[in-house]
Design a protein around this ligand. Structure first.
Ligand code: SAM
Ligand code: SF4
Ligand code: SF4
Length: 345
């Protein structure tokens, strides 16, 4: 395909346009969520990337600009825990300058958000998503693999609200027998605040979270539980490819969302590319190793070389793991997958 044609946007084999980019800015984290980085596997001696192995902020900005040329208009900064990355506001300011990136967001566990909310806002960030699985501190400690961080997350949410990083999305992964009994607390707490709680089905990402289908609480089950107390009405999607199905409280107390990639896969409208901390391009959350962009970039690849490389990868994309999950042979299930903290969800 010619470069002018590439600039008009690229579609994959299944006709899905490249539209979103998730950027993991660091592979380290200050929590050890059992479903993402279980403490046993990510212990003190675990070898995270060295600084020189991570993309620099300039390299991230360059690649984001190229992705924007190919049609990306939404970028999300994630991790690991993105607020551990030094100079994050400088990256945000650089990304803000890129033509075409109309929507720039950040997903964080919130522990350091109170410290950074103002600088993030000043740098041009508009919104944050904060992960908070429960309002029961004991359950929070168990799920996050660390104690003593719960109140910092709540302070982070309050600080984000105070500086206007709103509306805030609150992401809650629900696991059967672990935090499903606390779902209604989150609903009650954030109803009427303008913030949007989104319940996420526990996924079989990575290789070490001991996922089992029986631990997944289907969104439908949570929806029915909420409906018993607060009638809900389904909303249209905001844009094609939105991952959450949205509902509003019939009494006007705001919105709620569900991300149901296990029970209601949405591969058909999946328009997201992922950039790992060390500069690999992945076209699916459940992919293996990805295509290295850092090497060519550091070896002097031109923008046009990189555009061709990215467009080629996207153009050949056939991923639809979640739609196929139920039919995968056990041997497929044992193939190594990228870890969630390396690409950020
Ligand atoms: N550390 C940040 C945080 O937790 O918000 C950003 C990175 S984290 C990998 C991004 C999102 O992935 C979080 O909302 C987290 O709850 C979600 N996540 C991680 N592992 C998951 C799993 N096994 N199933 C479903 N969601 C998961
Ligand atoms: Fe860290 Fe986020 Fe993974 Fe939890 S979900 S371990 S906060 S990267
Ligand atoms: Fe997209 Fe892969 Fe998730 Fe399907 S399984 S929605 S292709 S990331």
């Amino acid at each position: 395909m010619s470069l002018p044609a590439l600039r008009a946007g690229v579609c994959d084999v299944l006709g899905r346009r490249l539209h979103d980019l998730r950027i993991s800015v660091i592979d380290m984290c200050n929590l050890r969520c059992t479903y993402c980085m279980p403490a046993g596997a990510y212990h003190e001696r675990f070898a995270f990337l060295k600084e020189e192995e991570r993309l620099t902020l300039e390299e991230i900005a360059r690649l984001t600009r190229l992705f924007a040329t190919l049609g990306v208009s939404k970028a999300r900064i994630t991790g690991g825990e993105p607020l551990l990355r030094k100079d994050l506001p400088r990256l945000i300011a650089m990304l803000r300058e890129i033509d075409g990136v109309g929507d720039l967001a950040l997903t964080t566990n919130g522990v350091l958000l109170a410290q950074h909310a103002e600088a993030l806002k000043e740098a041009g960030l508009e919104r944050v998503t904060v992960s908070l699985d429960t309002l029961d501190e004991r359950v929070f400690d168990a799920m996050s693999g660390r104690s003593g961080r719960y109140s910092a997350v709540l302070e982070g949410i309050a600080a984000a609200e105070a500086v206007g990083l709103a509306p805030i999305k609150i992401n809650a992964v629900v696991e059967r027998g672990i935090n499903d009994h606390t779902v209604m607390d989150l609903v009650e707490r954030f109803r009427g605040t303008g913030h949007v709680v989104r319940f996420i089905e526990f996924m079989d990402v990575g290789n070490c979270n001991h996922w089992g289908r029986e631990q997944v609480v289907a969104s439908r089950e949570i929806l029915e539980m909420i409906q018993e107390r607060y009638p809900l009405r389904a909303l249209e999607e905001n844009y094609h490819g939105e991952v959450a199905s949205r509902y509003e409280f019939c009494d006007g107390a705001g919105e709620i969302g569900f991300i149901s990639s296990v029970t209601e896969p949405f591969c058909g409208s999946c328009t997201r590319a992922r950039l790992s901390t060390d500069g690999r391009l992945l076209t699916c959350l459940f992919a293996g190793s990805g295509i290295d962009l850092r090497g060519p970039m550091r070896d002097g690849a031109t923008d046009d070389d990189l555009l061709g490389l990215i467009a080629g990868v996207w153009g050949n994309r056939t991923d639809r793991y979640s739609e196929l999950r139920a039919t995968l042979a056990p041997s497929d299930g044992s193939k190594r997958k990228i870890e969630m903290y390396q690409i950020g969800g």
